[in-house]
Design a protein around this ligand. Structure first.
Ligand SMILES: Cc1cc2nc3c(=O)[nH]c(=O)nc-3n(C[C@H](O)[C@H](O)[C@H](O)COP(=O)(O)OP(=O)(O)OC[C@H]3O[C@@H](n4cnc5c(N)ncnc54)[C@H](O)[C@@H]3O)c2cc1C
Ligand code: FES
Length: 243
């Protein structure tokens, strides 16, 4: 983990409340998709954790939803602004899990890290499908990115109100797979865990203090004892999670 001073390459609005921020700089190395960075926002005491959506050796793309003061300030970042981030953080998804067929299940602003995961799974020769769930059509993000990467027929979008895609929950659109990777609201992931029998990995969210394992502020109870979401996670094997 290191502190990096990155420069804003672009900051685009994806929908009414969600932005795609691309930062560039040196020493951007991530060991697995699903890792996150912790963004320092001048004037705010705590950094804000955001998952890596996609990355290259010199860029990192963060897709975030404006929910409060920090993310509202991030929405105002302009090309050329310098941003202080702690990176890389967390464990990320295991792309070497056994089995050929991978199913990615994302909910809302939990979908961004699954895009980088999809890229890595394809490189490993896996067959990848995605089910992406949103409340309503205007909340949909990254649909085109997933479709152009995985192919039209391998992506299912669901909306709760039926305003786009298939009406209903992601659990109404799950497909058979060897390994399932999920990121999204806790109730969604719990419902997924209850419905499937295959190997599952879930990326959790928690309010964070330090973001790198020092404060214990993000601890959760698992079948293997207390674990820190920031350091031992955010990705956990479904078998150890206590829903
Ligand atoms: C590992 C990790 C990865 C994340 N990745 C993303 C991402 O890729 N894109 C994205 O949009 N968001 C992501 N988040 C959530 C993001 O960190 C919070 O939305 C952000 O910190 C809110 O800051 P704020 O100052 O705008 O809101 P605040 O003013 O701090 O809070 C506004 C509201 O959001 C809720 N909230 C704030 N932080 C969290 C949190 N960590 N978990 C759950 N609820 C929270 C608060 O309870 C409050 O209701 C991630 C969180 C974690 C822990
Ligand atoms: S946020 Fe400090 S230990 Fe996880």
């Amino acid at each position: 983990m290191q502190t990096l001073m990155l420069t804003v390459k672009s900051n685009e609005r994806l929908n009414h409340d969600t932005f795609s921020l691309v930062l560039e700089g040196d020493n951007l190395t991530f060991s697995a998709p699903g890792q996150f960075v912790n963004v320092d926002i001048p004037g705010l005491y705590l950094r804000r954790p955001i998952s890596v959506c996609q990355s290259t050796d010199t860029t990192v793309r963060l897709v975030f939803k404006v929910v409060g003061k920090g993310t509202a300030l991030m929405a105002g970042y302009k090309q050329g602004d310098v941003v202080d981030v702690l990176s890389p953080l967390g464990n990320g998804f295991d792309v070497n899990a056994e089995g050929k067929k991978a199913l990615l299940v994302g909910g809302g602003v939990g979908t961004p890290p699954l895009l980088g995961l999809a890229e890595e799974l394809l490189k490993k020769g896996k067959e990848v499908k995605a089910v992406l769930g949103f409340n309503t059509a205007s909340d949909i993000i990254l649909e085109k990115d997933f479709r152009s990467l995985l192919g039209e027929g391998n992506v299912t979008v669901t909306t709760m109100d039926g305003s786009a895609g298939k009406k209903g929950l992601v659990t109404d659109a799950l497909e058979e797979c060897d390994v399932l990777y999920s990121c999204g609201p806790l109730p969604m992931m719990k419902a997924v865990a209850q419905k499937v029998k295959c190997k599952c990995y879930f990326s959790l969210e928690s309010r964070m203090g330090c973001g790198f394992g020092a404060c214990m502020g993000c601890s959760i109870q698992t079948a293997n004892g207390a674990k820190r979401v920031c350091k031992d996670g955010p990705v956990f094997d479904g078998e150890v999670l206590i829903w």
